[in-house]
Ligand binder design. Structure first.
Ligand SMILES: [Zn+2]
Ligand SMILES: [Zn+2]
Length: 730
């Protein structure tokens, strides 16, 4: 009897909760390796899948199996360790394995491109090339002379800056043997020696020593350092120690924090080229950096959320900076937490992971308080002033014009007189969050969402911030015909306008999504601030991330109350984190800062803690509140969401889902409810919360429930998704 060929389990990018079995390609005798890409027929299409394993036996009859069309990789693109982590994540987040693997792969590989890293073309002058022979070809001569002066050769970009006709010039030069074209790896070598850093203070040194002592075994360190305490110096020192042992280092940062300055700082201080991975890169550049890391040709990866999936064979240390940042949680598709997976990856690879933050999340704090994580504290600021004094402005007693109270205006005027900068923080872009008829009180709402339209004055538009719908403000009220409308409340645009009126000579710079949409615009605005070309900054939470403003001596929080009484249980935690982060960006050694907070609820415990710079007491207050209400970190959640263009359909699906759940032990299943914003972008949304005080029964239940959901008749009428450990409740 002829030996039967093996069957291969392949993960294909599809929303189906399963892998698929295939026969090997017709001619192939070689065994396929798990983690390699294959091209397989799927339905009527051909798709790129990943080999998971070989098997003797298929789930269906062998005759029904189709053949793998083509094998794309001899070596796995996803090494075994990473494949196992991703398989675990697919189970934990209850997400189809094919989509999980696709999320981990760079687009370059997903598109089926060859696995070799794309290089960068470089031109070099050949020995003996003679510019004197090019008297009648000035463009060729210029190119050749430039190449002769550059010992490392020049890239297309540099040549294009030299002359727009460089392509026409290099051809004949190449044919004459005067220049040669070569490929250089996408990361150019770094030739400078590592720069020494500042001397570490005692707390920083103790933190580094603790991390280094834990090399070669798993340990999770929560580095809680106040803003300005020099957390990055701890990362750098720990990274240097890992590099000295020949290990690789993975550093995760929130999207907006990954600035060219940060990359340059790591390269300067570590004396090597850092592989940078973020969503703004082109496919080739991104894959190239990924590949360098995968082949251990670069020791340090600095990246955003999905960089947690970068293959790194010699990985020895993971750092997650600003671990509290919500951007670590993927909000659609495969809804993973990069921070949580970083901790898990460290545990599986038996290496230390450092979670750093000035305002750590309640989840991490609880882990540290109960001994799961080791707490490392940096209570002192380095090189900057003491923490700024915080004063509450009780808006119940103060008049405000266009959102600015008298004490806040006076404080700004003082800074202007002294030539110092002020920063106003307000988490609402646009001119006004409501457009109101003065006669009948009608407020303009979005037709596709349960939301008010925001008035944008510069564009004279009412815009929905949830679905992007926009319209011209009506001349007359559609309800009563009155022609008197009023923009109610304040957004960043209105504060900017109010400041221009009150302080006509002041230079105001606004930083929010509206003004920074264009690529490079944020950097331009920040450069103006740092060059001293701005007196007042107005901005949203974009100001709370990654940028320091040493000349700012006044921070005004225009409306601190958003989030105090929100439907989302995490809102107060986020609010506190944002205010502390913004406040911490201001001031330096010789110019201490001041923070003024406008609030209608000055008695709220959050503000008491803020005034006292007592994050610990806020944490204790917030943790006890979470314990009383049974929310994370004292319980584990899964949120089943559904939406449909038809009213009622989403709720109907959730009722069926609720009925199919039965009464599992140790798990509480709530009643289906409309989402806090029931209608969004023309779809009706509803959700069903599942809660448990421990992970085990929750996941045992989900293991049974999710396949049952896919089988429900109502599932075909809605778009549904399961969010394990949801980041927000919307
Ligand atoms: Zn009206
Ligand atoms: Zn809308």
């Amino acid at each position: 009897m002829p030996e039967q060929s093996p069957i291969y389990r392949v993960a294909v990018p599809s929303p189906l909760y399963s892998h698929f079995d295939y026969l090997p390609p017709a001619q192939s005798r070689e065994k396929l390796v798990p983690g390699a890409r294959v091209r397989v027929p799927f339905g009527r299409r051909a798709v790129i899948g990943i080999v998971l394993a070989a098997a003797d036996r298929a789930a269906v009859a062998r005759e029904k199996l189709r053949r793998i069309e083509r094998v794309l990789d001899e070596q796995p693109v996803l090494p075994q360790k990473l494949l196992a982590l991703l398989a675990w994540a697919a189970e934990y987040y209850h997400h189809p394995i094919g989509e999980v693997l696709a999320a981990a792969l760079p687009q370059w590989l997903r598109a089926g491109r060859p696995g070799e890293a794309p290089g960068v073309e470089v031109w070099r002058a050949a020995p003996g090339a003679d510019p004197g022979a090019l008297k009648r070809a000035p463009a060729q001569r210029r190119v050749l002379e430039a190449l002769m002066a550059a010992s490392d050769g020049l890239e297309a970009e540099t040549l294009a800056a030299l002359t727009p006709r460089w392509r026409a010039a290099t051809g004949p030069l190449e044919r004459r043997g005067f220049v040669a074209r070569t490929q250089r790896p996408c990361l150019p070598p770094y030739r400078e020696p590592a720069e020494p850093g500042p001397t570490l203070n005692e707390d920083q040194r103790a933190a580094v020593e603790a991390i280094v002592a834990g090399f070669d075994s798993y340990g999770c360190f929560l580095l809680h350092g106040v803003t300005g305490s020099g957390k990055t110096e701890v990362y750098l020192a720990a990274a240097r120690a890992a590099l000295a042992r020949g290990r690789q280092v993975l550093v995760l940062v929130p999207e907006i924090g990954l600035t060219p300055q940060l990359v340059a700082r790591f390269e300067r201080r570590l004396g090597l080229r850092v592989a940078v991975l973020h969503s703004g890169l082109g496919d080739a550049a991104r894959y190239c950096a990924w590949r360098q890391a995968a082949e251990a040709r670069t020791a340090v990866v600095l990246g955003t959320r999905s960089a947690v999936f970068t293959p790194m064979p010699d990985l020895g240390l993971i750092v997650v900076d600003e671990e509290h940042d919500p951007s670590y949680k993927q909000q659609d598709g495969f809804r993973y937490s990069a921070r949580d997976l970083a901790v898990l990856r460290a545990a599986r690879e038996r290496i230390p992971v450092v979670l750093g933050s000035a305002t750590p999340s309640l989840e991490s704090v609880r882990n540290a308080r109960e001994g799961g994580y080791r707490l490392l504290g940096l209570p002192e600021r380095t090189g900057v002033a003491a923490l700024p004094a915080v004063r509450l402005l009780d808006m119940r007693r103060l008049a405000a014009d266009e959102g600015l109270s008298h004490p806040l205006r006076t404080a700004i005027a003082e800074r202007l007189a002294r030539g110092e900068q002020s920063l106003l923080f307000l988490n609402r872009r646009g001119f006004a969050p409501a457009w109101l008829c003065r006669d009948c009180g009608r407020v303009a709402v979005c037709h596709r969402c349960d939301a008010r339209l925001t008035y944008h004055h510069a564009r004279r538009r009412l815009i929905c911030h949830h679905c992007g719908a926009e319209e011209r403000p009506p001349e007359a009220c559609p309800a009563c015909g009155a022609r008197e409308a009023r923009a109610l409340g304040e957004g960043t645009e209105r504060i900017e306008a109010a400041l221009a009126k009150v302080f006509p000579k002041a230079r105001v710079v606004r930083i929010d999504r509206d003004v920074t949409r264009r690529q490079g615009a944020l950097e331009e605005q920040l450069a103006r601030v740092h060059a001293g070309e701005a007196d007042i900054l107005v901005g949203t939470q974009m100001l709370s991330k990654g940028h320091d403003f040493p000349n700012v001596t006044l921070v005004g929080v225009v409306n601190a109350d958003q989030g105090l009484y929100s439907a989302d249980f995490r809102a107060p935690e986020r609010l506190m984190q944002q205010i502390l982060q913004v406040a911490g960006r201001a001031g330096r050694a010789d110019k201490p800062g001041e923070v003024l907070v406008q609030t209608w609820h000055p008695g709220h415990p959050l503000f008491t803690a803020l005034v006292n710079h007592d994050y610990e007491s806020f944490l204790s207050y917030a943790l006890s509140e979470r314990r009383d209400t049974g929310f994370p970190p004292y319980s584990f959640l899964a949120l089943l969401r559904a939406e449909s263009p038809k009213n009622g359909t989403a709720l109907e699906f959730l009722r069926a889902a609720r009925a199919s759940a039965g009464a599992p032990a140790g798990v509480e299943i709530m009643e289906p409810a409309p989402a806090p914003m029931e209608k969004r972008a023309g779809r009706w949304r509803a959700q069903l919360l599942v809660q448990s005080t421990s992970r085990k029964p929750l996941h045992a239940f989900l293991d049974r429930w999710v396949p049952a959901l896919t089988a429900l008749r109502q599932a075909r009428q809605v778009r549904w998704s399961l969010d394990v450990d949801p980041g927000d409740m919307y």
